[in-house]
Design a binder for this molecule. Structure first.
Ligand code: SF4
Length: 488
């Protein structure tokens, strides 16, 4: 497997989509982009466009380890527009790379992270089920089974969300700390001792931001629909600290009519009965206990502290305390994991009977330690694992209710949240379908403002706790953008 590829864009500027298309085939490779060159040393992909009076010509070329393949097509100049040109080029490149690498990515040319949103948009445009299936399979080359799961997910989530008023919002609270960092992690989680020392001060500022958001919610008569505590790992702080911020959340917002209150408890090594009791007492309706795998050897390999036994204990403790909506996250494609080991994890998790199971496919992000190892060290059948999960979970009464994709995911696979009837997380759907405004508090949180035409504007908080603390007053001035949005 190569580690670097040069991509030449000759007489075109389709960088973003070209990179996304190439990454479907070689996700863990570094790219160097050159413009309007004719060739380069070593491994190279070239996309070239040439406009003549009658035709626009498209040309794609790949050379890797001395092996060469090329392809071309043309369109009438009169019919050419830039967006179509981009699609034509990517289609040509996609088919060339399918031939070259001998694989056909199951999501075809769909590089976006929200396939279900695409289904919903097509429905809005008036396409029916067969029209949507046709677009997916024939225009974007999506496989029948992926088309099917996208359609099914869209149908499951529709009645779950129901209708909500425009002035209904969700709240996201960020606790961006973890005791240690897992090797595949690319989140802004801070595990170093120095960042840990910031926790008390960070929580003070977080409470101040909750007060400010609470005042905005009151001023504009907004209704809270869901609350989500994410991170990092919210349970990496103490029970008292959790109590403090959850109490503040309850003081700042009217939670009496919310439909859901999530706490991403996350890693079992941070979960205690005391913390679970606080989470329950403060009104959380749904938590996640995330094993990723129940294979202790794999856990060690990925540097994720905690054991399968701790996961089982945390789950049992949560059930004992009366949590009736518990989600468990798994990852398909972890290094050193095998199909049999993944199958055993999934079967054991299903036997526990949680209310939701989310199956992620491993993503290799540049910021994660694992990225350095590259794709060649992760030789396991992630695709087979994901297919097994789809079949088994649906068979056991878990419906797929939300789905998203990420760049650099093994085999271009998707992440799917499954849940028993009525137990899917609304917040997860909102994050993906982008139909509800979300007000974010804490570092790395973003506020997503959705207007009546579904146009989205974002107000981002600073990424790191020390920056969030040091520049807090400056940051709070940006909240005026939220006020202006609701003034309108
Ligand atoms: S627990 Fe989650 S957020 Fe924390 S380091 Fe591991 S993967 Fe990242």
């Amino acid at each position: 497997m190569i580690s670097q590829m040069t991509i030449i864009l000759d007489n075109n500027t389709y960088k973003y989509e070209t990179e996304a298309t190439v990454k479907l085939f070689i996700p863990a490779v570094r790219f160097e982009f050159l413009y309007d060159e004719h060739d380069a040393e070593g491994d190279v992909i070239i996309t070239r466009m040439k406009k003549c009076s009658r035709y626009v010509y498209f040309y794609a070329y790949i050379r890797e380890n001395g092996r060469v393949m090329r392809s071309a097509c043309r369109t009438e100049t009169g019919k050419f527009d830039v967006k179509d040109g981009e699609f034509t080029m990517c289609r040509l490149l996609f088919l060339l790379l399918c031939r070259f690498y001998g694989i056909k990515p199951k999501w075809g040319l769909l590089t976006g992270i929200r396939p279900v949103k695409k289904v919903n948009l097509m429905l809005k445009e008036g396409l029916n089920e067969s029209g949507i299936r046709k677009e997916f399979t024939e225009k974007f080359f999506v496989s029948e089974e992926k088309t099917d799961i996208a359609w099914r997910t869209a149908m499951v989530q529709k009645p779950l969300i129901g209708d909500f008023e425009r002035k209904t919002v969700s709240i996201y609270v960020s606790v961006p700390f973890c005791p240690t960092r897992c090797s595949y992690c690319s989140f802004v989680s801070h595990s170093m001792e120095s960042a840990y020392k910031l926790i008390p001060e960070y929580l003070d500022y977080l409470c101040r931001e909750l007060e400010i958001l609470g005042e905005i919610v009151d001023t504009y008569g907004l209704k809270i629909d869901t609350v989500y505590y994410g991170g990092g790992t919210p349970t990496s702080i103490t029970a008292d600290q959790l109590h403090k911020i959850m109490k503040k959340t309850a003081e700042c917002f009217d939670l009496s009519k919310i439909r859901e209150y999530n706490v991403e408890a996350g890693r079992a090594d941070t979960i205690t009965e005391e913390k679970l009791a606080v989470i329950k007492e403060m009104g959380a309706t749904r938590i996640s206990v995330n094993p990723q795998t129940l294979n202790n050897e794999v856990l060690k390999t990925i540097g994720r502290k905690g054991t399968a036994e701790e996961v089982l204990e945390a789950f049992a403790a949560a059930r004992k305390l009366g949590f009736d909506n518990i989600n468990m996250d798994l990852i398909a494609g972890l290094p050193t994991d095998s199909f049999e080991s993944f199958k055993s994890t999934l079967d054991r998790i299903i036997a526990l009977d949680p209310d939701g199971i989310t199956v992620h496919a491993l993503t290799l992000k540049r910021s994660a330690g694992l990225y350095q190892d590259g794709r060649e060290n992760i030789k396991n059948p992630a695709s087979m694992m994901v297919d097994y999960a789809i079949d088994e979970l649906i068979k056991h009464g878990y419906d797929p209710y939300y789905m998203y994709r990420q760049k650099n995911t093994i085999d271009g696979l998707e992440n799917i949240g499954y849940a028993k009837s009525g137990k899917g997380s609304l917040y997860n759907i909102y994050i993906m379908d982008e139909t509800q405004t979300i007000l974010g508090a804490g570092c790395a949180a973003s506020t997503k403002l959705v207007d009546e035409n579904n146009y989205i504007s974002r107000v981002m908080n600073y990424k790191f706790p020390y920056e969030y603390i040091r520049r807090f007053d400056e940051l709070m001035k940006k909240k005026d953008e939220i006020r202006e949005f609701f003034e309108k």
